[in-house]
Design a protein around this ligand. Structure first.
Ligand code: NAP
Length: 289
């Protein structure tokens, strides 16, 4: 039976480190600030935003919420982002996705100043991640790396399989595993023999968004299985991509949903916001020195 990776406990550690850094910054007169922009009334987005605000409170980050109506135009949204770019009390800007239809998400992301892009979605930050020289890492994949680290299993030299190739999870996930010297395969909806490829994985990360996608027969005995998926089962209950009971029989380590990757994503956002505040202080020091 697999050991369950406790995402809440690992996240608590990351948040405690961020809180310490907040104290250190306070001594230098800086309070990290995060602006969270939410457009429209998507209920899942509302829950994510509330959780992010709660985490800010825990860590000591100043948070500001901008709740805009679903009728907001692209121009109005970009004007808000520009205003936040120029606000010295705001070090991180997060625009909650998905945006209502008609708004261009990519255009919004590219308007966020790269040094305030705590989601690390801006092309400038994505490019830096490709190079392995980055300021921010995208929160979910960075959180997954921390969860794997918490098991003590070395990534270097391991066969890693990522299911999913989105810009926010799958692609950066594969890149981070590569930076850790994993041998990485990315699977997607056109992949042939997907179960066979998954069975080769020492580390399997599923980011598909389909309940019961990863079954026991797709998992190598002793593997580390990380479930990024956030889905609803037929009873409306939150679940991941992985058939937990079945896979836990074979894996050495497994993340639950909820309580696995979700809390880590928020903890890494706190870490990035504090890093952005530290960066602003260093920049100010540079310009005065
Ligand atoms: P996405 O943009 O919809 O990407 C899903 C990926 O899965 C795509 O690359 C798609 O392949 C692939 N896929 C779909 N059906 C497949 C199939 N039958 N076989 C193989 N691959 C298949 O989703 P996302 O934004 O990456 O998110 C993935 C999941 O993670 C969602 O459940 C989301 O809610 C969750 N999530 C959780 C967190 C967290 O903090 N826990 C954060 C972000 C996302 P193609 O590219 O070929 O279409």
């Amino acid at each position: 039976m697999a050991t369950i990776i406790d995402g809440k406990a690992v996240a608590a550690k990351v948040k405690a480190e961020a809180a310490q850094e907040v104290q250190a910054l306070a001594a230098q007169g800086v309070v990290p600030g995060l602006a969270v922009v939410i457009v429209g009334s998507d209920p899942a987005s509302r829950i994510y935003v509330n959780n992010k605000k709660k985490a800010c409170q825990e860590v000591g980050i100043h948070s500001e919420e901008y709740a805009l109506s679903g009728e907001t135009s692209q121009q109005e949204l970009l004007a808000l982002v520009e205003k936040l770019n120029a606000d010295p009390n705001i070090h991180g800007i997060l625009v909650q996705s998905p945006l209502p239809a008609g708004l261009d998400e990519a255009g919004v992301v590219e308007t966020i100043a790269p040094h305030k892009d705590v989601d690390a979605f801006h092309a400038y930050n994505v490019g830096k991640i490709m190079r392995g020289r980055y300021t921010f890492l995208p929160c979910t994949p960075a959180g997954v790396i921390e969860l794997i680290r918490s098991t003590g299993v070395e990534i270097a030299g391991k066969r890693c399989v990522v299911i999913g190739r989105s810009d926010i999870v799958g692609k950066p996930m594969a890149m981070l595993l590569l930076h850790q010297n994993g041998t990485v395969t990315i699977c997607h909806s056109k992949t042939q023999n997907l179960p066979e490829i998954c069975r080769e994985a020492d580390i399997l990360v599923s980011a598909v968004g389909r309940a019961a996608f990863v079954t026991g027969d797709m998992v190598k005995p002793g593997a580390v299985v990380i479930d990024v998926g956030m889905n609803r089962d037929k009873n409306g209950k939150l679940c991941g991509d992985v058939v937990f009971e079945e896979v836990a029989e074979k894996a050495a380590y497994i993340t639950p949903v909820p309580g696995g990757v979700g809390p880590m994503t928020i903890a890494m956002l706190m870490k990035n916001t504090v890093a952005a505040a530290r960066l602003s202080l260093e920049k100010a020091g540079d310009s005065h020195g």
